[in-house]
Design a protein around this ligand. Structure first.
Ligand code: ADP
Length: 179
């Protein structure tokens, strides 16, 4: 049986960089290893539920992330492996997560803006570039790159499987999963 501890793996990066794709795939991988306590917390899902009262001003984005930190903290201390996928553009809030959550791995999902625009999986960049939506990260709103993340995934160069393996490796290296 695989032994594991609670940890939050915090994926940050531009829209379309691959946060959800990699987190979903990692969840499947962890399940296939017999790890039962895994939770995904996804930006799009939360914005339709717990955070449906919030918009995209700096203040609302920060409130959104504060709520995620609160949930992730409770789950992590109950030995759940938590995979969060939020743009989380502000360094200050990510650093609060790092401080509040005892086991925390910051993963920067790095992808050039031009590539994210090309992918545009939800058609949002097109809208943002046409001024149909405002405060869009990378176009009309800032993204503060992590200065010292635990891991960087280069999703324009790596396959999804390679990125997933890198995240799994660091979780094992840091001792949260024992195999
Ligand atoms: P985010 O959650 O960061 O907004 P998504 O995971 O929703 O991003 O979208 C990323 C898109 O890029 C998906 O359509 C995915 O199939 C595609 N993609 C192409 N190559 C990669 C890669 N190496 N890693 C992750 N996603 C990739």
């Amino acid at each position: 049986m695989v032994k594991y501890k609670g940890v939050t793996v915090w994926f940050t990066g531009l829209s379309g960089s691959g946060k959800s794709t990699i987190a979903d795939s990692l969840k499947e991988k962890l399940k296939s290893m017999g790890i039962k306590r895994v939770e995904r917390i996804d930006g799009d899902v939360l914005r339709k539920t717990l955070c449906k009262d919030l918009g995209f001003t700096k203040e609302d984005r920060n409130t959104n992330i504060e709520r995620v930190i609160f949930i992730a903290k409770l789950l992590t201390r109950n030995d759940v492996i938590v995979l969060t996928s939020f743009i989380s553009p502000y360094r200050k809030l990510r650093n609060i997560g790092k401080k509040e959550i005892k086991n925390f791995i910051e993963v920067y999902v790095k992808c050039p803006l031009e590539e994210c625009i090309k992918r545009d999986p939800k058609g949002l960049y097109k809208k943002a570039l046409n001024n149909e939506i405002q405060n869009f990260t990378g176009i009309s709103d800032p993204y503060e790159e992590p200065k010292n993340p635990d891991l960087i995934l280069y999703t324009d160069k790596e396959t999804v499987d390679e990125s997933v393996q890198k995240v799994l490796n660091i979780i094992i290296e840091k001792g949260y999963i024992e195999i």
